[in-house]
Design a protein around this ligand. Structure first.
Ligand SMILES: [Zn+2]
Length: 275
């Protein structure tokens, strides 16, 4: 088994289940980890309130699932980002509140004192994943932390989902891919974690638990370009909404939000001081 280049990572993911799918083995290998969920995992517009009574009931379920999944790895703790008023960030809308998201993550990171931040790669698969990638870059930079990233999913030219493979194998000299084959015992534990996410079982069943990939993240603000993420094709079923095949949110719109955050940050003494 290869030793990991960190022993106390902060693992920053967009949704409950991302941490299990991408890092379920890694979580078992490190001495301690703090998993931070960016959103409540409850996207509006999918009819979830009809299926679960109301959206709050669905959110509660997702939180319970995450708590049970994390219960299989006692060395890891977890928490959610919150706005200053204590509310959670909405699924699919991280990009609209980047300053608040980054501020919350930074406060958690300062408290936990990780030796690395591990988060999503910028890959044009899910808009929240990409927004988290951007936020992780800024917080790691502000706190002088090493940063690593993992691939989740993106769609190839024929519209097929590519799972857990980096979309750009050599983006501007990105770090070498660290591929981890999990042991039988690690896979067994990861399967138990995956099984806790009953509301996500359809998506989860498409992921194979045996292998995880990471790399040292070398992206900077220039890496967040249109080329990587022309359009977001996340939601292809009705009701379709703005980041779907029919209503595409262009990468340009996302990058505009990134630019707004950077201008906000440049004005803030408490962010700038760290530069
Ligand atoms: Zn996700």
């Amino acid at each position: 088994m290869l030793a990991e280049p960190f022993s106390r990572p902060l693992i920053f993911v967009a949704h409950p289940d991302d941490e299990t799918l991408a890092c379920g083995g890694l979580l078992q290998r490190v001495a301690a980890a703090e998993v931070v969920f960016a959103t409540d995992g409850t996207p509006a517009g999918f009819g979830l309130e009809r299926r679960f009574g109301n959206l709050k009931a669905y959110t509660d379920l997702r939180f319970q699932e995450a708590s049970r999944a994390m219960g299989h790895v006692p060395s890891a703790s977890f928490q959610w980002l919150t706005r200053p008023d204590g509310t959670y960030f909405a699924d699919m809308h991280v990009f609209e509140e980047i300053a608040a998201v980054a501020t919350s993550l930074r406060a958690i990171a300062e408290k936990f004192s990780p030796d690395a931040i591990v988060s999503h790669a910028y890959e044009g698969g899910h808009i929240d994943h990409d927004a988290c990638s951007f936020v992780a870059m800024h917080v790691a930079e502000a706190l002088s932390l090493k940063r690593f990233e993992f691939p989740m999913y993106w769609l190839d030219a024929s519209g097929r989902a590519v799972l857990q493979v980096f979309r750009d194998s050599t983006p501007g000299g990105a770090g070498e891919v660290m591929e981890r084959q999990l042991s039988e015992a690690e896979i067994e534990c990861k399967r138990r974690m995956m099984a806790e996410y009953r509301t996500q079982s359809g998506t989860i069943s498409t992921f194979a638990p045996g292998r995880e990939r990471f790399r040292r993240a070398t992206s900077d603000r220039l890496s967040f370009s249109v080329a990587q993420c022309r359009d977001y094709l996340y939601q292809s079923r009705p009701p379709r909404f703005y980041h779907s095949r029919r209503h595409r949110l262009s990468a340009k719109a996302l990058l505009k939000k990134f630019g707004e955050f950077e201008r906000w940050r440049a004005r803030r003494e408490d962010w700038r001081r760290q530069w």
